[in-house]
Write a protein that binds this ligand. Structure first.
Ligand code: AMP
Length: 185
């Protein structure tokens, strides 16, 4: 069965760990726009140069650029087995772009990994990535609320949203996600 999964959640909610477990379980391609952008920055491509400052400041990279890289990535052979979209979509324009790219198919499940702000802030400070300054963390949380949290409604309206408690061990959270993905809609 081809699965098209989206994982929503603030930075630090544990998406990375859960994505590893889910790609292993379902054999889907892990498509992380953050990873693709970091690779572009490291390679010094035009895209990387355009994205670097925005990423360091915790701002969002433009929808057109993001939709372009996702459209290309969905054409890769491994995406045929199914996809797990991580860190994308982050805005309503990206969500609508995704629905257009997938049509006539659609997203099977959007997993909303729910973790309180205080917990993700603490985790991100401990993770200490170059773009994890307190200012950038606060800005990303603000943008998440303003731009990405409203996408829950878009997925809920399509009957594909599942909210999963993201607190607990990785194995506990994984178990909850699998139960939610496999439950009848
Ligand atoms: P992430 O690894 O998903 O936390 O992404 C790291 C950074 O890359 C974000 O703070 C944004 O600056 C940028 N980014 C990643 N994915 C997107 C996206 N879908 N739309 C806009 N910016 C993104």
């Amino acid at each position: 069965m081809t699965r098209r999964l989206v994982i929503l959640g603030k930075q630090g909610a544990g998406k990375g760990t859960q994505c590893e477990l889910l790609t292993e379980r379902y054999g889907v391609a892990h498509i992380s726009t953050g990873d693709m952008l970091r690779a572009a920055v490291a390679a010094g491509t035009e895209l990387g140069r355009a994205a670097e400052k925005l990423m360091d400041a915790g701002e969002l990279v433009g929808d057109e650029l993001i939709l372009g890289i996702v459209a290309d990535r969905l054409e890769e052979p491994d995406a045929r087995a199914g996809v797990l979209l991580d860190g994308f979509p982050r805005t309503e324009a990206q969500a609508n772009g995704l629905f257009a790219l997938l049509a006539p198919e659609t997203v099977d499940r959007a997993i909303d990994l729910d973790v309180p702000d205080e917990v993700v802030t603490q985790r991100m400070l401990e993770r200490g990535r170059a773009d994890d300054t307190p200012e950038a963390i606060a800005r990303r949380l603000e943008l998440y609320e303003a731009e990405t949290a409203p996408l829950r409604k878009l997925f809920a309206d399509r009957g594909v949203l599942v909210t999963v408690d993201g607190l607990g061990t990785p194995a506990d959270v994984h178990g909850r996600i699998v139960a939610a993905v496999e439950a009848a809609p």
